[in-house]
Design a protein around this ligand. Structure first.
Ligand SMILES: [Mn+2]
Length: 315
């Protein structure tokens, strides 16, 4: 298998360098951050005399990784840079990425940008953490409970708790390896999915605010800026109420439209199980993925048109 030699290549290149920088993608999620932290843990526990620096924005904090302040020109120019969970070089969250000695890419996205001298890429993997888990296992590297826990965070978030399409046998093999390395899954789930009461109340209210069209095939929630202000929640939290409309048999397309205080624009998050809603979103200043996409309207007046276009997808 081709990846066998790539797995050995990653092992070898780590052996060759004393200074190793690990970079995530911009707007980090758990897959990139879990990959980065776990890889640092694996390297420090299996190789002697390595300096490992994780760089980039810290997820949910908006601050930078502390390791960045330790880097000097001398360290950077003699470093190996390992990128995790990033398909395009421009999305690598490291200011001095052009200045390193060598780049190695570890990823699970479709290859669009062939950067990096070496690479370990499996586009069939649901998460980058899956690629790293199987690599460390195949190479008989020691995996600590902490490292395994970081990897598990990425595995379950990118797979939607093993729900999404690309979840396969290798995903469960990775989960098995991680659990056997000591991951306490209930702790991970609590940290990720326990919500505060304020948010639960909003979700409950949000469902009662839903409007239905097309024989319940379309459902959407409208959050005006006035109402937004009465919620004591952040934008991501307000948006998260979209999930209350998912997983309902009759509802084929669902959306949440909201206006943040002080803004005319109306942002809309749209989801579907089957219909290519992205084709509509791109006509409204937006885009994303086939089944999960966003749009940006100039005002509430445009919402009816958007809903009509979504109806047309079904009919
Ligand atoms: Mn990912």
């Amino acid at each position: 298998m081709e990846n066998k030699s790539n797995e050995l290549a990653l092992l070898k290149v780590i052996e060759q360098y004393e200074n190793i920088i690990i970079a995530k993608h911009v707007s980090p999620d758990w897959d990139t951050q879990g990959s980065a932290y776990a890889l640092r843990e694996i390297i420090l526990n299996n190789f002697n005399n390595k300096n490992v620096y994780v760089v980039g924005e810290k997820m949910n904090f908006g601050t930078r990784e502390e390791d960045e302040s330790k880097l000097t020109e001398g360290i950077i120019s003699t470093s190996l840079l390992i990128t995790v969970d990033v398909a395009n070089f421009e999305r690598v969250d490291f200011e001095f990425k052009e200045k390193v000695k060598e780049v190695f890419k570890v990823d699970h996205h479709l290859e669009v940008d062939n950067f990096g001298k070496g690479k370990l890429v499996d586009p069939s993997a649901i998460a980058c953490t899956q690629v790293i888990t199987l690599w460390s296992n195949n190479c008989n590297l020691k995996l600590t409970k902490l490292g395994a826990t970081y990897l598990y965070f990425g595995l379950i978030t990118d797979s939607g708790r093993f729900l999404f399409e690309k979840t396969n046998g290798k995903t469960f093999l990775a989960a098995k390896i991680l659990v056997e390395a000591g991951v306490i899954i209930t702790e991970v789930y609590s940290e990720l999915f326990l919500k505060k009461l304020e948010l639960a109340k909003w979700h409950n209210k949000a469902f009662s605010m839903a409007e239905f069209k097309n024989n319940n095939e379309i459902a959407y929630i409208k959050v005006t800026s006035d109402f937004f202000e009465t919620l004591n929640l952040g934008e991501e939290e307000v948006k998260s109420a979209l999930t209350v409309l998912s997983g309902i048999k009759e509802i084929k397309i669902w959306a949440l439209a909201y206006q943040t205080p002080g803004n005319e624009n109306v942002k809309v998050s749209i989801r579907s199980r089957d219909f290519n809603i992205n084709s509509v979103a791109t006509n409204y200043n937006g885009g994303g993925h086939k089944l999960a996409s966003g749009a940006k309207l100039n005002s509430w007046n445009e919402l009816d048109n958007l809903i009509t276009d979504l109806q047309d997808l079904i009919e």
